[in-house]
Design a binder for this molecule. Sequence first.
Ligand code: ZN
Ligand code: ZN
Length: 178
Amino acid sequence: MQTETRIQVADIPEEGLFLNFAELSHLIPEVDEYVQIGNTSGRLEIQKSGNDIEIRGWVKSTVNLVCDRCLKTFPKEIETSFFYLLQPRDTFGADLEPDHQLSTDEIDVYWYEDGEIRGEELFREQILLQLPMRVLCSEECKGLCPGCGEDLNESECKCAKENVDSPFAVLAQLKSSR
Ligand SMILES: [Zn+2]
Ligand SMILES: [Zn+2]
């Protein structure tokens, strides 16, 4: 098992380089709201063709997320495979159509620098890409009551009973009884 994720392009043999990683537990900096928990493992299959580098990879991790609705922390398992084409920075994009040079995202072409591939950056990007824009512990999460702050997944709202006499509560009862 490999833990060093920086790969020297000069060290990649003709037949390619196949690396398995474990214990990649610090891909995401602690300053982020996401925290990796448990073990993170990954694989990189690296092929060289001239100066171009093709990378097929896979990564599996568990990240603690905070639910947007109930604010509870919950673990989310992430597993994904990916493909990158890397070119040296100085010739990067030279053989692409001029129109495409600014939108290289679509074709997943990236550059590498100083003859070095930073595997940890590929893994980190792939993990972050898997995180949802809207984080929910479950689609059915009821969230917190804006009135009493009670976690509605776990207990009844405490303010409902007090407000039964309010016009809005009466209206709500009328609506739900139809
Ligand atoms: Zn929730
Ligand atoms: Zn309430």
